[in-house]
Ligand binder design. Sequence first.
Ligand SMILES: *Cc1c(COP(=O)(O)O)cnc(C)c1O
Ligand code: SF4
Length: 368
Amino acid sequence: MTVLREKTLRSATALVEAGLAEDGRLAELQRVASRYAVAITPAIADLVNPADPHDPIARQFVPDPRELVHHDEENADPIGDHAFSPVEGVVHRYPDRVLLKLVNACAVYCRFCFRREMVGPGRGALSAKALAAALAYIRATPPIWEVILTGGDPLILSPRRLTAVLAELRAIDHVKILRVHTRMPVAAPERISPALLRALRVPGKASYVVLHVNHPRELSVKVRAACARLIDAGIPMLAQTVLLRGVNDDAATMSALLRALVECRIKPYYLHHGDLAPGTAHFRTSIAEGQALMRTLRGRVSGLCQPAYVLDIPGGFGKSPIGPNYLSDDGAVIEDFNGRRHHYPPQPPVRHPEVLGAKRRASKGDGP
Ligand SMILES: *Cc1c(COP(=O)(O)O)cnc(C)c1O
Ligand code: SF4
């Protein structure tokens, strides 16, 4: 059956009417929808197979009563954005790059979203005043080399609004890299329009787009074409994926996703361990399961396909790689991708690279 879908589904009733949830679930879906935003675009609704009770697309977007079960270790601000926000809309955790959160709305709402307590439709864009203050902060902070537009989904803004913000960033000399984190090419591929491509190409700066994508079926023909438009316009693409139980936590699905991305010229960048966002326990795997998955991928799919498996440390301490370790603590034994162990010769004593840098500066006479 082909249903021509035109509108984004935004309520439990709309989901039931569209056949994405059974009638009997209406009340429980309404309870979840009144707590956490719901949106399923036509492009996403078309990917769902309603006959499959474990459909990996539905699982990501159709509300689930388990979202209302909150655990002690979960946190409304799981990666500590608030603690590192010098001005509204900016998160400055690492010296050389900031997040600029222009908008808190998205085209679709992922049930596992790490910013689920902050995103939603009525949560509009930064006010003109707040945006001016955020840009002033970036302008006044020369170590900021890269600005990461995130949210929410920054590509929900019109090309005109994006062009205005990017023109301000273009005028800041020390900002060299503009990175956009988005789910839009998957959620609404038709929005990757010529006007948007013109907005994203900023003369004198390097623009990158990082696509949030979790399952190979999300890369439909239209989505692949939308990504090709971006890349052909000179915008390199990377991908970030959240490790999700029941969606992509098996080697076959994950390798199919990573290979499909590389076939689309998109470099897998991060595989995120599930954040401790409220009501998302049913999506989280253990770190040991994630590491076992990464071990399976190593050597079996091309190095181009390998993302870094990372954990955003609760409290705002940043991302750390948590992939499997192949080298013994003393550096004397190294494991290969088949699990065989090999001896490695003794190493000279460790010298920290920063210490080396300080010595070099000092010997040039320009040290402190
Ligand atoms: C994730 C994140 C970044 C980007 O980190 P990369 O490792 O450069 O991708 C930057 N700032 C904040 C606050 C982040 O959470
Ligand atoms: S697109 Fe990103 S910010 Fe928006 S709901 Fe999904 S995970 Fe959250």
